[in-house]
Design a protein around this ligand. Structure first.
Ligand code: SAH
Ligand code: MG
Length: 214
């Protein structure tokens, strides 16, 4: 069993467990007939490998958003820093070359479109309804809530919202992703739709519901 991917996910740097990746792939594919997918937080393309594979299978596109300068915890001296992502001439991180390498090796360049820039800027001009939205960008409260406010209105009825690093217990990790998960539920616009590890799914309520049993 198991999902067949074009390249080994272990060959891609990143922050996603294989079972989370497979869940992203399967749940996005289930919405593939409705419209395109979008993720915030490309990094080196690990989640994009799973979601891009689903997009290709569905004849869809995955948009993947990142400024590629890293989150706070990825900066030098912090827990998740990777020296290979340091661009000496820029004096800053740059994960874009790794993303491009992943997409090229996986033959996903036709199905994954990289949007390079600050998430909030791109969201402010976004107009396209999304069948699947994955929030895995900055984990500060400001970033998490700006992604929530900027992107979740674009999830179409019957579409799915996925949020990574949802930790109910503060001892397990920072809480902003959990807080936006709670906010989405409290909005009355989403219902819980399962999850694996720190990944949670929510379904956008409204017309054109997708029948899970069908
Ligand atoms: N999904 C990836 C991990 C993403 S890590 C995987 O599967 O491995 C989070 C990413 O969010 C980082 O690459 C960081 O550069 C990006 N990020 C953080 N804040 C951002 C912002 N405000 N705008 C755009 N990208 C941001
Ligand atoms: Mg994450």
């Amino acid at each position: 069993m198991g999902l067949r991917l074009p390249i080994d996910p272990d060959s891609v740097k990143g922050f996603l467990a294989p079972e989370e990746g497979e869940a992203l792939h399967d749940r996005a594919l289930s919405r593939g007939a409705l419209g395109p997918f979008l993720e915030i937080g490309s990094y080196c393309g690990k989640s994009a490998l799973y979601l891009g594979t689903a997009a290709k299978r569905a004849g869809q596109v995955l948009f993947t958003v990142d400024h590629h300068r890293g989150s706070e915890e990825m900066q030098p001296g912090w827990e998740h820093h990777d020296r290979e992502t340091w661009d000496k001439s820029a004096g800053a991180m740059d994960s874009l070359p790794f993303l491009r390498d992943t997409l090229r090796r996986a033959a996903l360049e036709d199905h994954v479109v990289a949007l390079v820039g600050p998430s909030a800027r791109i969201a402010s001009l976004w107009r396209t309804p999304l069948s699947f939205l994955f929030i895995d960008g900055g984990h500060s409260r400001a970033n998490a809530f700006s992604d929530y406010r900027g992107w979740t209105p674009h999830v179409m009825a019957g579409g799915l919202l996925a949020i990574h690093d949802v930790f109910e217990n503060p001892a397990d990790g920072g809480r902003p992703p959990f807080e936006i998960y709670e906010r989405a539920l409290a909005s009355g616009l989403f219902r819980p739709a399962g999850g694996v590890r720190s990944l949670r799914f929510l379904e956008r309520l409204g017309a054109h519901m997708v029948d899970e049993e069908a």
